[in-house]
Ligand binder design. Sequence first.
Ligand code: SAH
Length: 285
Amino acid sequence: MTKSIHENGTAASVYQGSIAEYWNQEANPVNLELGEVDGYFHHHYGIGEPDWSVVEGDAATSHERTTRELHRLETLQAEFLLDHLGNVEPEQRIMDAGCGRGGSSFMAHERFGCSVEGVSLSRKQVDFANAQARERAVADKVAFHQLNMLDTGFDTAGMQAIWNNESTMYVDLHDLFAEHSRLLARGGRYVTITGCYNDVYGLPSRAVSTINAHYICDIHPRSGYFRAMAANRLVPCAVVDLTEATVPYWRLRARSPLATGIEETFIEAYTSGSFQYLLIAADRV
Ligand code: SAH
């Protein structure tokens, strides 16, 4: 464990060392085969109604059709997040906090023409995403850095927008939003899509605890987001409950050869009401 922290110059704690190690070693087909469909690699979940015909018909092509369909749904999720980033001008700069292999960063650059900085603890992800930026000939505008999003060192008020796509459950929200608030320009926009546990049901359910153990993360309560935003000059302007929209993705994934074993736990967590999939957008005031 100590070794991984030394190897990863940015990890500020034993915990962050183990997150970096997890993502350096991660090579699930569900994360790689989906990206290979069109070259946009995502490590997040999907939303929207699947075309269920993909699990039927010719068995030989079903795997490929299901893979394409899961990728279409995860792409829809990223589009939906970017729809909430507001107006971003080509000369402005935005940040993908916890960027994974950078799929959303490239989509954002194509949409806005602006500079995008992606940050991840994982050296492997950062190298992969920078190689993609070079291949796409956008390396002057889209750059990936092995950095801790709690302490990026980027200029104060230099970012017009920041997002976390399924990466807030790895950090303390007060620390995260303090740094985002420092980096965002006044009037800038913050967006997250995240799983959170529903405070109405009290402490995390067994299914939520199972998800935490599976991903070595710490899913926050819904209320924690609004408390930490309010304390850091981030005022919510949109909250969308995507729980119902994500359940079909999980049902399709559970029936696909790409299932990793955590699918039924997500379905149970969401359908029991103890877990929610939320988009929260906020203005930096
Ligand atoms: N947002 C991406 C990846 C989500 S996976 C996508 O939508 O595809 C979670 C990501 O969070 C991983 O890349 C992991 O390295 C990153 N992460 C977790 N804690 C972090 C931290 N403290 N600083 C920077 N990145 C972090």
